[in-house]
Ligand binder design. Sequence first.
Ligand SMILES: Nc1ncnc2c1ncn2[C@@H]1O[C@H](COP(=O)(O)OP(=O)(O)O)[C@@H](O)[C@H]1O
Ligand SMILES: [Mg+2]
Length: 377
Amino acid sequence: MFINAKGNQLETLNVVDALIENFPDMIHSVDEEGNIVYVNRTASALLGYTEQELGAMNIRQLYPPEILGAVEQGFREVKQSGAKTVESLFIAKDGTRIPVELRTIVIHDEQGGFARTFTVSRDMRQLKEMQEHLIHAGRLAAIGELAAGVVHDLNNPLTAIILSSTVISKTLEGSNVNAKDIREQLVAYCETVNESAAVMENLTTRLRDFSRGVKEQHVPVDLFVPVNDALFIMAHRIRNHNIKVVCPVVKGRHWIRGDRNQIQQIFLNLFSNACDAMANGPERGLSIKIEAETLDGVTYWNCAVSDTGEGVPPELQEKIFKSFFTTKPRGKGTGLGLSITRAILSEHNGQIRLASEPGNGSTFSLLFPQMEVARLD
Ligand SMILES: Nc1ncnc2c1ncn2[C@@H]1O[C@H](COP(=O)(O)OP(=O)(O)O)[C@@H](O)[C@H]1O
Ligand SMILES: [Mg+2]
């Protein structure tokens, strides 16, 4: 029963009528053949037809032809089950496609037979648009993050290139360029330039592929290779900082499946951080060790990267993995190295752990699931 403000009883049917007519969602009803027998005001406003025009139409005329098969199927199902909710598409008079969520119930006649359907349809355009914006924004944010990381990582090979080419031109200015040892030196520097340029090309290609959404294939990777490539790329910084490197990792033993570039990027990030952490310390050592470790039934290669740097205080040990967290001065740190490292590891079903005591160095342990060597043969 409905009561008005003056306390008088109202005609229930009138109130329901008014409610249905002005309901914010489209409401329609069709008979057994699909002829429209009722539409509310919202439906006629959204679809751009007058109520009279809609009253002379079959519901099939409101669907795009390519989904009519699914509509027939849906119609059969709703007759059987009595109710159904689906996402679909209406075409307005001006051709606009309106994504809708349809909730349909069947109304039966007195004998229990099918009389008509009654459908409430919600316009999903705003929601869809919001979802698309979110996906796009997420992708943009990820590209931005990766771009910043790549720019950061371009600095290492770029430094190698600049240093090498400076040495090359200085040497060429000298008089005895033909001497054998000088020629060998020049060739070695040229190799550094080429290899560093190749790394830069890799990085920029990856960024481009990512912005296009290309995913790299995971291939067998011998951890020896990215570790040594990264040490090679960082060679100048390691030498300039007087860092003693201990790396007993041997070739051809520690196989994993992964993306070679990304794994190299992990080591570049960690070595670069280690160099920074040791910049002011008296003792400067970097060591890389790989051992097997089983965790929850999975066998990993645990690659431990240790430095003798300033260490990480306990309260920062979780924070340093967050994007944009840095303790370095503006222009030096982006705060992306470790967050990207952790993201790459989780893409490889791996993990990263940190053990560190302030003043006593840090060990970052990278756990990569082992690849069975038998599969290689
Ligand atoms: N080996 C390390 N020793 C001490 N602190 C470290 C080490 N690696 C990372 N950190 C800390 O973690 C922070 C975040 O590192 P990272 O994500 O690579 O960003 P960024 O190097 O640009 O600051 C660093 O600013 C530093 O405070
Ligand atoms: Mg870093």
